[in-house]
Design a protein around this ligand. Structure first.
Ligand code: CA
Length: 223
């Protein structure tokens, strides 16, 4: 998968670039909005910093969206909610705030790609295998434990599918709510705890979903 990274901050861009390459992504890195718009591609997803030296990243976002459907993930040091809302209104598919970890960005990319191209992303290959006992068939939305299908409610499946995108990665409650429930979720997250509890019960001994106080959850594969 080819990523167009638009980021003028060299240390941030370098560590992100290295991390993405380590996970198998190809990265085209540009440092200005002008260079981003001049880039001929092809690329599969854009990581777009809002604070660029030559132009406002939101204008770049709007211009990219007018051209086509390429997924855009806005990255910004601004924690301002307005930017986030405006970015999404201008057609960005998701948003990450600095500082962020590479794995968080990768999980966002995968989630966005899954939403944008549900069929192509899912038809790459067969079920995803985790450890020796668990498989997640993303095409059929089925989970099997020791070969037997596990009965999961739709949101339990969505939650498991999201958390298994990146085992070991710490995902915030907000990220999970946005990815699994609603792209513009700002409300309470009690329903998340209920679904986590159900997955822990149904997949006991196979996965651990660790709660990280004040942040979110981390899924680990046990066996
Ligand atoms: Ca910047």
């Amino acid at each position: 998968m080819r990523v167009l990274l638009v980021e003028d901050d060299e240390p941030v861009a370098e560590s992100l670039r290295r991390g993405l390459i380590r996970y198998g992504f190809e990265v085209e890195w540009v440092t200005t909005g002008g260079a981003a718009l001049a880039h001929e591609g092809p690329y599969d997803v854009v990581l777009l910093d809002l604070g660029l030296p030559d132009t406002d990243g939101l204008d770049v976002c709007r211009a990219l969206r007018e051209r086509g459907e390429v997924p855009i993930i806005v990255i910004s040091a601004r924690s301002d909610e307005t930017d986030r809302v405006v970015g999404l209104e201008l057609g960005a598919d998701d948003y990450v705030s600095k500082p962020f970890g590479v794995r968080e960005v990768i999980a966002r990319i995968r989630a966005v790609m899954r939403r944008v191209q549900p069929r192509t992303a899912a038809s790459d290959n067969g079920p995803d295998r985790y450890g020796t006992r668990l498989t997640v068939d993303r095409k059929a939305a089925r989970v099997r434990l020791d070969g037997e299908e596990v009965a999961l409610a739709p949101k339990e499946y969505d939650l498991l599918a999201f958390l298994t995108e990146e085992p070991g990665a710490l995902m915030s409650r907000e990220q999970i709510m946005e990815a699994v429930w609603d792209a513009n979720w700002f409300g309470p997250t009690k329903t998340l705890d209920v679904h986590v509890a159900a997955l822990r019960r149904k997949l006991a001994g196979v996965i651990t979903i660790e709660a990280v106080r004040g942040v979110g959850f981390r899924l680990e594969i046990d066996s």
